[in-house]
Write a protein of this length. Sequence first.
Length: 412
Amino acid sequence: MTLATTSIIHHAFGALEPETLETLRAVAVRQSYPADTTLCCQGKIEHTFYVVVNGNVIVSQRLDDGQERVLNVVGPMGYFGEMGLIDDAPRMANCITLTPTTVLEVTEENFDRFMIESPALAYAVLRKILATTRHIDQQAISELQQKNEALQKAYADLQRAQARLVEKERLERELELAADVQRSLLREQLPQFPDYAFAAYLQPARQVGGDFYDVVEIDQEHVGILIADVADKGFHAALFMAVASTLFWQEGKHSLSPAAVATAVHQGMLEATTHDTFLTAFYGVLHRPSGRLIYTRAAQDRPLWYRPGRGVEALVGDGRFLGMIDGLKLEEYAIQLQPGDRLVLFSDGVPDATNLAEEQYGTSRLARVVEAGGELTAVPLINHIAQDVNQWRQNAPAFDDLTLLVMEVRVY
């Protein structure tokens, strides 16, 4: 049985005097029972009064929650069952033998006569009723105190859980707003030209990432190409991304020098924020008629350049990140693109992607995949790369955004 309390109290009060016990023997029926025999059944109306000769009987009460509360253990010279005979009500408890037990069983008629004729028995029964009632009340008060403490703790836990839920909902709403900001800044359709085609792919590690890309037609001959990564996540990253993206295209209208544009963006970021967030970026300006691409690299991963018959190589160029260090100096580099070439720009989430064996995807594998798909046009090539990265990862969690931007130099 499941006990509501483990404090079993052996009944020390209300034992019958030897003289009273001897008088009862003359009219009682002596019975012996094995252990685990139910003599009184809770909830039933019964008409027998018991006196224990030897052995032990446990008195317990089944509560509404299914637990069993021990009220007493009755030993030799003790008695039980009197309440049912006095008020003719259902038994309030179960009385079960703990050990082989011998009792004297007194019928209701003989019990009533003895209560009238034996003041000693009446006084003993009255004392026991009062003591039992007091003991039950004390147990009930103790249990109520314990339940009240548990209720107060549960209420405090509920308040904390409610506070966490409110905070979670606030953060989720913040992420939704950040995702809206990010989606509004990323073009669904990149500009396409007869001689150049572009495709992009972005898979955030979380609801909101720090990567962004863009392709902008600066004028009839020049195209701006950008991929960047904010070193932050969440709403702040989305806002920082919005500021940086706007600065790039505002400055791009005033200069065809990638280094000058990136330096101006860097300065604008220093003035626009006090938060310790920085930005890595690759920004290039393509002269479409000549195929000349001038670019600057601000700590962004080196793009891969595929040329038919010559394989894949990483673009040269060094540079520090934007947005934190005064006096930043950026260099410009140039390449000459030819029909059939492909340029693959990517965030560090691509080579850093990890599989279930905790192995990194790596730039070398990426270069092999680019070379294998080098003859593909922009959209199939970017899908080819993304599929390979995701197959490599399998079900491993993503720790960083996965962003790709592909430029195809068309043969026409």
